[in-house]
Write a protein that binds this ligand. Structure first.
Ligand code: SF4
Length: 252
């Protein structure tokens, strides 16, 4: 997990209002009221990492998804309506302002949605970040092969300079995967394992993750990750009781 939330003045693309406010999520009820920097937030700090928020859309509906109860991560409201999704230029502007506060150790494509739905923006941003010699990571549900049929997504990401990927494996078999992740696509688990293998082969440093929910056989998933050539990490299940502001991105 990452370091503690960092309090910084909002910059363009990191909150349009220059003050923190009390956010009330209509879906959350009074229990989940929390302070957050109002959106749209295209980049947000967490510890010494800078996170990029490209979309709130996703091709899964995981049973443990934070979006079930909060949009507040590191104190930022990450919700983006489709019309609010940033262009690569919007993100570059927000990154340039964020860099005024210091250079991050890492730039991470994550948020509370599936970043590879905005694949072309990620590729453009990787190209821009590469010239600044910044370490980059993608947090993904691994379904890019289904979202972009006919494209070699792992190869394109590697060619654009992606250093690392954290991929939500979330199960050791397709039946459990469908039950836990509730993907829009059939055969999504097969696509995830293919993506992991392709990313490893393309030279990306890949970590397969699972969220510790009772349905998942963690040791079987660990063995599968090893077979695919990836590192492995178990992420704790975060619940509404754990606090209204959480760290990082969705489940990755
Ligand atoms: S946990 Fe991640 S992959 Fe699952 S629904 Fe939420 S954003 Fe999508």
């Amino acid at each position: 997990m990452h370091g503690p939330p960092v309090s910084r003045p909002p910059r363009p693309g990191t909150g349009t209002l220059y003050f923190s406010a009390i956010m009330k999520d209509a879906d959350m009820g009074s229990q989940a009221r929390s302070e957050s920097i109002p959106g749209p937030n295209y980049v947000y700090w967490g510890g010494r990492s800078l996170y990029v928020n490209l979309t709130s859309r996703c091709s899964s509906a995981c049973v443990f998804c934070l979006r079930e109860w909060t949009w507040n991560v590191y104190g930022y409201d990450l919700r983006l309506a489709p019309a609010q999704e940033p262009t690569a230029e919007d993100v570059i502007t927000a990154l340039e302002y964020a860099f005024l506060d210091g250079m991050p150790d890492e730039v991470v494509f994550t948020g509370l949605g599936e970043p590879t739905l905005r694949l072309d923006e990620i590729l453009a941003l990787l190209d821009w970040l590469r010239t600044r010699r910044l370490r980059t990571r993608l947090d993904t549900n691994g379904q890019a092969g289904l979202l972009h049929p006919g494209r070699d997504v792992a190869g394109e990401l590697a060619a654009a300079g992606l250093g690392a990927a954290s991929v939500s494996l979330n199960a050791s078999d397709p039946v459990t995967y469908d039950r836990v992740c509730r993907p829009l696509f059939a055969h999504a688990f097969r696509a995830v394992t293919r993506f992991i293998r392709a990313a490893v082969q393309a030279g990306i440093e890949v970590t397969a993750t699972v969220v510790a929910v009772p349905q998942v056989d963690v040791e079987a998933a660990r063995a599968l990750a090893a077979e695919l050539g990836a590192a492995f990490r178990v992420r704790p299940l975060i619940t509404v009781d754990a606090g209204a502001s959480v760290r990082g991105g969705s489940d990755r």
